[in-house]
Design a protein around this ligand. Sequence first.
Ligand SMILES: NC(=O)c1ccc[n+]([C@@H]2O[C@H](COP(=O)([O-])OP(=O)(O)OC[C@H]3O[C@@H](n4cnc5c(N)ncnc54)[C@H](OP(=O)(O)O)[C@@H]3O)[C@@H](O)[C@H]2O)c1
Length: 238
Amino acid sequence: MQSQIKTAIITGASKGIGRALALLLAKNNFQLSIVARSQGELKDLAAEITEIGHRPLYFVGDVSDEAFVQQTIDKTAHTFQKIDFLINNAGTGTFGPTESFSGQSWDTIFDTNVKGTFLFSKAVLPFMKDAKKGHIISVASDVAKRVFDGGALYCSSKYAQHAFTEALRKEVRKDGIKVSTVYSGLVDTMFHPEPQGSESHKEWLSCEDMADSIFYIMNQPAHVVIDELMIHPLSQEY
Ligand SMILES: NC(=O)c1ccc[n+]([C@@H]2O[C@H](COP(=O)([O-])OP(=O)(O)OC[C@H]3O[C@@H](n4cnc5c(N)ncnc54)[C@H](OP(=O)(O)O)[C@@H]3O)[C@@H](O)[C@H]2O)c1
C-alpha cells in the first residue's frame, strides 16, 4: 500500500523560491527530492530539512542534462515508490539589448527555462500515468504573457515554457495528471542584479509568498485543478 506521505521533486531548490517551498513542504510532512547545481547550498538545505522531518534526496546537476534528469526521477521513484508532485522552478534570466546576447546566452536560457521543464515533465509522466494521478507545477513569470524592453531572451523563453505547459495540460488531463503554471511578478530573490533583501525589493513578493501560493495550488481537492495562477506585488506596475 502506498504511503499517505506526499512526495515532491523541486528543481532550483538551492535558493530563492525553490528553497522556501522546500522548507514549507518539509514542515508539512513531505518527502522531497531537491535539485540544483550548487552542491554546498543543497547539502545545507538537506540538513535543514532533515532536522524538520524526513531526510530528502538531493541531486546536484543541470536541469538540461537528460541523463541527470532521468537518474533524478528514477532514484526518486525507486526510493519513495511514487511521485506526487513535480515543481519545475529552476530558471535563469539575462536582460539587455538583443545585439548584446550571444548564441550561448540563448542556449543557456532556453536550456534551463524550457528544456529543463520539458525533460523533467517527460521523465515523471510514466510514473504519474501508472499511478493515474500526479501534479506538475511550473514557475513561469508574468512575462510569459507580456513583454518588456530588454527582455527579448527571457520573455521568449518564458512564453515557450508557458506554451509547453498549456499543451501538456491538454495532453495529460485524460491520464488524471494536473498541470498548473504560476505567473509571477517581482520576487525578492538572487535572480535580480541587486542582492536579495535590498531596499528596492522591499515591496516585492517574498519567497514565502510564492511558496504559500504554490502550496495552495498543491492543496486542492482531487477533482480541482488550478490551471494558472497570476500573482504580483500590489506595488508593481505592469
Ligand atoms: N525573482 C523574480 O522576480 C521572478 C519573477 C518571475 C518568475 N521567476 C521565476 O522563478 C523561478 C525561481 O527563480 P528565483 O527568483 O527563485 O531565482 P534564484 O534565487 O536565482 O533561484 C534560481 C534557482 O534555479 C537554479 N538553477 C538555475 N539554473 C539551473 C540549471 N541550469 N540547472 C539546475 N538548477 C538551476 C538555481 O540553483 P543553482 O544556481 O544552484 O543551480 C536556483 O536554485 C525561475 O524560474 C524564475 O524565472 C522569478
